[in-house]
Design a protein around this ligand. Structure first.
Ligand code: ATP
Ligand code: MG
Length: 470
């Protein structure tokens, strides 16, 4: 049961919060003073604290500053009076999770508390997972604790000590190359080279000499003998990236290397044997390409010994806040803008956006907003146009559905690379339900009415989506 500390000098607020949060199943402690609050936080393990901005003696901002300066990493929510938004924003810059203005609706406060706890749990889980993995492997740089990523980690652990060929499948920007590197650097081959090779980037006439090398005089311009990628990867790993783009005439040549681990340099007659582990990556569905006759079946089976599928980011939304935080801290260090902070609304927009460019898109976006940010605070207005679609048309902080806007004629835009319609429709349903529940302050029959659903249908949907609001 999460344990919450309330620091507020107003006894009626304290009482209401204590009763309400206890009713919601939390363990609650209260105090009326900032300094007492800090000593309680040091003595006991709290999961979250709510602190009033205006307190006699030490104020809420000072309390937050003090707690975080002691490396105590629990989320803080600041309670402010109406009109003190600027100070609240300052508190977020200091590291507070969110703020809530008085007078507040209790159910709203509950949602903020819930979000803060969920987020901090995710952060801890990621740390835990990483520590667990670190015992044997260094999974440096791989962020994510979603079930989808845990499956990926599990598979990496299983295969990295073997020499098995692995086909890494995932949309563009999902981290295929990063995962290939992780496999290599955690394998017994780690001290030997990791050679990535992009099959799509080399004209087909040069493919053979790039991969297998050539002898001096093999063709016009071949002044010297050249060692190819396979030979350079000897003892290590080669990553055949974008294998789906490999020219058909070359597919059969590759098949032989996969089977025999041997080849000849262009213009040479000596057979060269190499000890190389082969990883392949593709953003196409190679099985479908094979069925469609665009990719050799025998080669597909040779490559697909162990398939490793990386889910797109929109199917593991739990990872979005973790990745966003990670990139924020990485780029703010790199760009020497260390005090930069993101308001919670931005994170909410991130959680709803479909990320067609996956992790790379998120990474690039964060680097960009850090560079462009002037005041050290990242707000929805700092995001590119495409995020505007995701902001609700009503009220501040409301996050609207991507597909519904105030203009009824507005169409859904189908990105060039396509979408998963079922997922998108589900996301939309979830978002609408969330908003309806918020608007109706948690009264489900009212929420159902807002959505034109029967109450039972709404409950069924919430169950299906594993949404739980109390
Ligand atoms: N789980 C992750 N944790 C941290 N960073 C990640 C993760 N996944 C991807 N990245 C980062 O996102 C960027 C894109 O990853 P990567 O190049 O491996 O993707 P890819 O699937 O090979 O993309 P493409 O198909 O476009 O080549 C890289 O900068 C990588 O470090
Ligand atoms: Mg890549």
């Amino acid at each position: 049961m999460p344990h919450i500390l309330v620091i507020d000098d107003d006894s009626s607020v304290r009482d209401i919060l204590e009763d309400f949060l206890q009713l919601k199943g939390f363990e609650v402690s209260v105090t009326d003073d900032g300094e007492k609050g800090i000593s309680l936080i040091q003595e006991r393990r709290f999961d979250l604290f709510l602190v009033d901005l205006v307190l006699p003696g030490m104020n809420g901002m000072e309390v937050i500053k003090e707690v975080y300066s002691r490396q105590i990493n629990i989320p803080a929510i600041i309670i402010t009076g109406y009109g003190a938004i600027e100070t609240a924003v300052e508190a977020i810059k200091l590291g507070a999770f969110d703020y809530i203005t008085k007078p507040f609706v209790l159910e709203e406060l509950f949602l903020v508390v819930q979000r803060a706890l969920d987020f901090s749990k995710l952060k801890q889980e990621n740390l835990f997972l990483k520590r667990q993995l670190k015992q044997r492997y260094d999974f440096h740089g791989l962020i994510g604790s979603s079930p989808g990523m845990q499956k990926v980690y599990g598979l990496i652990k299983k295969v990295c000590d073997t020499d098995a060929t692995i086909l890494i499948e995932g949309e563009s920007g999902t981290g295929k190359e990063l995962i290939a590197k992780t496999i290599h650097f955690n394998s017994l081959r780690a001290q030997h080279p990791f050679i990535p090779f992009n099959c799509a980037a080399i004209p087909k006439d040069l493919l053979e000499s790039e991969l297998f090398g050539h002898e001096r005089g093999a063709f016009t311009g071949a002044f010297n003998t050249r060692i190819g990628r396979f030979e350079r990867a000897h003892g290590g790993t080669i990553l055949l990236d974008e294998i789906g783009e490999l020219h058909p005439s070359f597919q059969v040549k590759l098949l032989r290397v996969l089977q025999e681990r041997e080849f000849e340099r262009v213009g040479g007659s000596k057979t060269i044997k190499v000890d190389v582990r082969i990883l392949a990556a593709t953003n196409k569905k190679l099985e479908e390409e094979t069925k469609a006759g665009n990719f050799r079946e025998d080669l597909f089976y040779r490559l697909n010994v162990i398939p490793l599928q990386i889910p797109p980011l929109r199917e593991r939304r739990e990872d979005i806040p973790l990745l966003a935080e990670y990139f924020l801290s990485y780029f703010s260090k790199k760009r020497k803008r260390e005090n930069i902070r993101m308001v919670p609304e931005v994170m909410q927009l991130f959680s709803q956006y479909p990320w067609p460019g996956n992790v790379r898109e998120l990474e690039n976006l964060i680097e960009r907003v850090i560079i462009l940010s002037e005041d050290g605070l990242i707000e929805p207005k700092d995001l590119p146009q495409r995020f505007k679609e995701f902001q609700g048309s009503t009220g501040q902080g409301e996050t609207g559905s991507p597909l519904l806007t105030t203009e009824p004629e507005r169409e859904v835009v189908l990105p060039d690379q396509g979408v998963n319609m079922n997922t998108l429709v589900e996301e939309m349903e979830k978002s609408l339900i969330q908003q309806a529940i918020r608007k109706s302050k948690g009264v489900k029959s009212k929420a159902a009415e807002l959505l034109g659903l029967k109450r039972t249908t709404l409950l069924e949907k919430m169950k299906k989506f594993e949404m739980d609001f109390n």
